[in-house]
Ligand binder design. Structure first.
Ligand SMILES: NC(=O)C1=CN([C@@H]2O[C@H](COP(=O)(O)OP(=O)(O)OC[C@H]3O[C@@H](n4cnc5c(N)ncnc54)[C@H](O)[C@@H]3O)[C@@H](O)[C@H]2O)C=CC1
Ligand SMILES: O=C(CO)COP(=O)(O)O
Length: 340
């Protein structure tokens, strides 16, 4: 494998873990950080204590606060900012972007103001063409990737050539396996929407509602993800894959999940502002619940779990009442109600 330079934006937990994968694969990794202090920590101590405590980073990873330094001569860019910051980060990259590069993003969310998917925001800002964009998604907690636990993800692009180039960069034989897919819409929607269900699963655990209820949330959560996904043009089979069921299961059941943890704290009665303060890291599911609530209305799709979670998060509905509303819904036929 030939050495390629990859510019990474930004050094949160997932960005840092993916830097490590790229550096372990012998690529030249230059990560842009907002703060000089974080760049110094990565360059001199090879750590990122705030976002990945106790991890020892590959010393070949170099951090910089200069966008130009990061992007000059880069073969590809990797963007792993929170969804709320994606447009602003992409705007900074624009003047150093050139048409030989491609961009991989690993962001799970929507732009809440426009309801755009993340690749749409990137294309809008960089005007690079959708064939230059790929999305990396799937069951992949940063804490496990940095420990080299076996992890399998999917990379989707409108261009299979771009997806294959990205697969070459990230895949290795020891702990990081990558599949390609051409269904960008499905992979992006699956990654974003599973965070809503993970918040719900955490809430259910926080209320001590048991494993039966959580399994039902995962299953019926998948049904509503598929409903919205197919209405928005996704391939339903994508939701049975790594970005769909795979990520849904890991996020709803792993204690690494910030969405699950936030839901659990809300279920135990902690106010949302306090939960977010304690987390100190991005909890994408909250913004995504708002976006999905609007998208469900727009596409005339039923998303009862999302709907109840929206009321809990934004209209102060008591979580126990939300569960009663879900349990008391009109009787249905299971198969007729799933649109695979
Ligand atoms: N942590 C994980 O295991 C995984 C996270 N993701 C996704 O990756 C995305 C990023 O999440 P994490 O890395 O976990 O978040 P994080 O909370 O660990 O880090 C966020 C990073 O973004 C930076 N940041 C925040 N606002 C910014 C702004 N306006 N401009 C520039 N930088 C800004 C922060 O300084 C920090 O470095 C999310 O969409 C998340 O869903 C996807 C898969 C796994
Ligand atoms: O997407 C993730 C794992 O695949 C990370 O989920 P959280 O943001 O809930 O930690």
């Amino acid at each position: 494998m030939s050495v390629k330079k990859v510019a990474v934006f930004v050094a949160g937990s997932w960005g840092t873990a993916l830097c490590q994968v790229l550096a372990d694969n012998q690529h030249e990794v230059v990560v842009w950080t907002r703060s000089e202090q974080q760049a110094v920590e990565i360059n001199e101590r090879h750590t990122n204590e705030k976002y990945l405590p106790n991890a020892v980073l590959n010393p070949a990873i170099r951090a910089t606060t200069s966008v130009e330094d990061a992007m000059k001569g880069a073969y590809a860019c990797l963007i792993v900012a929170p969804s709320a910051a994606l447009r602003a980060v992409a705007a900074q990259m624009k003047q150093y972007w050139h048409s030989d590069m491609f961009i991989v993003h690993a962001v799970k969310g929507f732009e809440t103001e426009t309801l755009a998917r993340m690749s749409e925001v990137l294309n809008d800002e960089l005007q690079c063409g959708e064939e230059r964009i790929a999305v990396l998604s799937g069951p992949s907690h940063a804490e496990e990737v940095i420990s080299q636990c076996p992890t399998t993800v999917v990379i989707a692009s409108a261009s299979l050539e771009t997806a294959a180039k990205a697969q070459d960069l990230f895949m290795n034989d020891s702990y990081f396996r990558v599949y390609t897919n051409s269904d960008v819409v499905g992979v992006e929607l699956a990654g974003a929407l599973k965070n809503i269900i993970a918040l719900g699963a955490g809430l259910s655990d926080g209320l001590k509602f048991g494993d039966n209820g959580k399994a039902a949330l995962i299953t019926r959560g998948l049904a509503e993800i598929v409903r919205l996904g197919t209405a928005m043009g996704a391939n339903p089979l994508t939701f049975a894959g790594l970005a769909g069921v795979g990520d849904l299961v890991v996020t709803c059941t792993s204690q690494h999940s910030r969405n699950w943890r936030a839901g659990s704290m809300i279920g135990q009665g902690m106010p949302i502002d306090e939960v977010l303060k304690q987390m100190g890291m991005v909890v994408e599911g909250i913004r995504t619940t708002k976006a999905a609530h609007i998208l469900a209305e727009k596409h005339d799709v039923q998303m009862p779990i999302t709907e109840q979670l929206y009321r809990v998060l934004f209209e102060q509905l008591d979580p126990k009442t939300a569960v009663e509303k879900l349990m008391g819904r009109v009787r249905k036929n299971e198969i007729e109600d799933i649109s695979f």
